[in-house]
Design a protein. Structure first.
Length: 203
């Protein structure tokens, strides 16, 4: 059985747990990281001291987007990992794009969610929110011509930014009106795995 190591309030862990639900995989998840800490046994699996890590038979793997690609390729290639390299790359690019977006969102998230009000940096929050808005406008423009980041159907390319979109729509920041992005987010919210694994309180 697939084992996922990592606390669910980590956006990177959410990606993996949500995708496991989408793919119908049997799995168990153990809380690791943050207030749960990491023991020597975990650090032997992941020397980076980050989450998530998975164990799947003999495979031990870390880095959330690499895990998504592995799970899609091994367990649901027809649905989530197309044989055509061009089709696969069109979705895959948004997984790498999310890494840069995460940096844009970082200061707003840390200040508004993980710091007491008297320790927040309003200028950093404003810069972060503005950077997020610029990048989300790129996403909105793409979604104006495609219902999903993966093409005509939901796919692996929607997962990383789907997690970060929930944070963006939940943070108490100014957001521009991006109708295609909002419609995509509504479609994500209707998915059972997204509701159970991603749409939890930000902590």
């Amino acid at each position: 059985m697939l084992t996922i190591w990592g606390r669910l309030n980590s956006r990177n862990v959410k990606k993996v747990a949500w995708f496991a639900e989408e793919a119908g995989l049997a799995y168990v998840r153990h809380d690791v990281g943050g207030t749960f800490g990491m023991d020597a046994a975990y650090l032997a699996k992941n020397p980076n001291a980050l989450v998530p890590t998975i164990e799947d038979d003999e495979v031990v793997l870390w880095e959330s987007n690499a895990i998504l690609r592995y799970l899609a390729g091994r367990y649901a290639p027809d649905r989530y990992w197309p044989a055509d390299p061009a089709r696969r790359a069109l979705a895959d690019r948004w997984m790498d794009w999310q890494i840069d977006y995460a940096e844009a969102q970082r200061d707003a998230f840390l200040n508004l969610i993980r710091r007491p009000a008297d320790q927040r940096d309003p200028e950093a929050i404003e810069r972060s929110a503005a950077a997020c808005a610029r990048k989300m406008a790129v996403l909105d423009a793409h979604l104006g011509g495609s219902p999903w980041l993966s093409g005509d159907d939901f796919g692996i390319g929607d997962v990383p930014m789907g997690v970060y979109a929930h944070t963006w729509f939940t943070l108490p920041i100014q957001r521009p009106d991006l109708p295609s992005l909002a419609a995509w987010y509504a479609r994500l919210q209707a998915r059972d795995g997204y509701a159970s694994q991603v749409m939890i309180p930000l902590t």
